[in-house]
Design a protein around this ligand. Sequence first.
Ligand SMILES: C[S@@+](CC[C@H](N)C(=O)[O-])C[C@H]1O[C@@H](n2cnc3c(N)ncnc32)[C@H](O)[C@@H]1O
Length: 285
Amino acid sequence: MSNAASVKSARADEREYVLGTHAEESVRLGLQHRLWSASAHQLWERAVVAPGQTVLDVGCGPGHASMDLAQIVGAGGRVLCVDESASYLHQVSDQAKAKRLDNVDRILGDVQELDTLLVDWSGRVDVAYARWVLCFLRQPERVIEGLARVVKPGGRVAIQDYFNYETMTLAPKRDEFSRVIRAVGRSFRDHGGNPDIMGVVPEMLARNGFKVTHLSLNQRVARPQDQIWHWPDSFWKVYVPRLVAGGFINQHEADEFMTVWHEASASRDAFMFLPPVVDLIAVRT
Ligand SMILES: C[S@@+](CC[C@H](N)C(=O)[O-])C[C@H]1O[C@@H](n2cnc3c(N)ncnc32)[C@H](O)[C@@H]1O
């Protein structure tokens, strides 16, 4: 495969997004992809991802979605994987090797600089996919501007990201839980992100020559016995200690939160509203 050749070293140092790029987060992203892959595939079908195409995975992480996309576009197509984490891009390479996929290119760099990172791909991308990336960025519109350069006329962008993040609720309601959810939102904003990013994405797309053709809500409810319960469960393990380390909550609040969570997990009757994810497709006019 052309991986080694196609990694462009945009910067020597490894930058970390707010959730980190350590091994535990990488494992969490794998589980997360599994639990959300049905809705990703549904969106890709709607965006008409097909064999032979060039697909861009914006902020690809360890490449779980990228591998599925590479299988879909097949040997005649390509998947361009962009991420600022060198260690995640190594994992993309390992996964591609294990799956014998030689249609995967890795590009190291900031997705807010897509036009310079993908200068050879101007106007050549059929579909760009961005899941849970825009919410972490200081300048998300820079991504949309870059997409306007690389996506061909008639090409599509497919985005899955958050809106109304802090409406995530445990039932029965518990203050100890809601306090930590608000702290998660604060921590995203403190790092320059926006947990309600999908509220402003349609207008950014319109300003940059895209027409939104599909917008729907992915609001999931989880019960402790459901597979999807693992999603918040794995997130707390990674992120609650980071909230304490960052001063967004204290250790006592973290302990109270985990007690409430363990009680809910052991209950037959608890449930929770997961953070709303908005699915969007826009066409480059
Ligand atoms: C929550 S993960 C999502 C990964 C992947 N899109 C998925 O759905 O599995 C966010 C990813 O965005 C990447 N990221 C965050 N900010 C970035 C930036 N400015 N440029 C490039 N990648 C970035 C992180 O390194 C991480 O891999």
